[in-house]
Design a protein around this ligand. Sequence first.
Ligand code: ADP
Ligand code: GLC
Length: 494
Amino acid sequence: MHVLFAASECVPFSKTGGLADIVGALPRAVAELGHRVTVYLPLYRQTRLENPRTVIASITVPFDDRYRFCSVLDGGRQNGVQYYFIDYPPFYDREALYGTPLGDYDDNPERFALYCRAVLEASKILGVPNVFHCHDWQTALIPVLLRTLYDEDPALGGIPTVFTIHNFGYQGIFSPDTLPLLMLPWDLFTITKLEFFGKVNFLKGALTYSDFITTVSRKYAREIQTTEYGFGLEGVLRSRNPHVIGILNGVDYTEWNPATDSHIAAQYSPESLEGKRECRRDLLRCFSLDPESSLPIIGIVSRFAAQKGFDLISQAADRLAHMDVTVVVIGSGDKDYEDLFRRLVRHYPERFAVRVGYDNRMAHKIEAGADMFLMPSRYEPCGLNQIYSLKYGTVPIVRATGGLDDTIEPFDIRTGKGTGFKFHEYTAEAMLSSVQAALQVYAKPEEWRKVMLNGMARNFSWAVAAHEYLKIYEKVRASRRAAVEQEHNKDQDG
Ligand code: ADP
Ligand code: GLC
């Protein structure tokens, strides 16, 4: 089978968050099962390619006022996966992928509509897949176009799509003028299609037109069908049941494993944990703290976004600062949160150490050097850092939502079972009592070792998830074939 992955970011070429990790790993896992896999990405300024080759010099993408012409570069094969890049410098050769700390780029609908059209056109020349697997709103127009403007295309017309929601909080909502601007028909602007409270909602289009919808944990699949987490699209999603499921993300252990990680000061494993002590000292040094400090270290690596629960940290900051802990943070994103953390460092230089920015090496150092890892998310589709933390013996403290709830089992001191600490209510008090509970166990080294080792023994490799996706690919191919046959029979009867 040939699966085409469409996504707006992918390691090692471009990354702002976990989506990139997943699009870096899942295609490889599918290829390892013996399938042909192609990944299409935008060519951003930050993308580094060795010897790229132009394979399509020009694809015409119509906009209402003009044609735009992009090209396609062959980025080569890695681990059995073929990478192609859509090159259109006016859209992608920019400082950031989606916007700056002050807001998103205004022309994001054009940027990602061009990408979607280019992927469809390029696939006709470079290889029509058996399934399009699209990720998040940036790729949402692929299923929309396939089932509308491309419906009669003899090459693409019958190809099914699977759509994966990595984050329901980002939907691609734009003004209605976007439709004519992108040369999309006005009849898409109805409540059963893309219309959403007077605006155009790309994600809604994907939910309507994809053959199957997945998201990245079982719990999140249930949550986004409720008003609390559905961002207004819960009804649309419910109407697609039973074509909605949650498949938990895996982890790329070639990247995130303390036994082989080249970013950290010393390697370690469950059999020999000594290296972790060196990583701890190294982390404290990197943040200009006393390397011999014995205070427990709580790590945070995150996009600074409302989703991640930083208002709880803001409310709890004074109380956290009076507990015997050091909080070490790397993150970037919304300006308000960047300012919050800068303020905390000024007030409590001994308790909070923060780097504002994006630094993959430092993310690895925090995973390895911290004792605990805090994710108080308001919502979390899957979350990867808590799963990385398990492998690094860095005990997660999480809010029981989405993938955080599915991946962390509360530690029970009586049975010695469990991998972390969880709280349910979205309040500073609940978060602080979880931190307190963790500190109490931390004070008993034998018990703490148990939690660490329980987590390190957990395995979230991709093999299981890749099999689940394959079952879905097969299912959508079969149902699309059946639909095409039915259509054909109807035509003949008529
Ligand atoms: P999300 O996708 O919502 O941001 P995840 O937990 O799924 O959350 O994934 C976040 C990914 O991005 C992890 O690989 C994490 O290490 C990385 N990351 C987030 N912020 C930073 C940062 N400031 N510097 C380096 N890596 C970061
Ligand atoms: C999103 C989610 C995160 C998830 C990641 C990869 O950005 O916020 O929870 O782990 O996508 O699926």
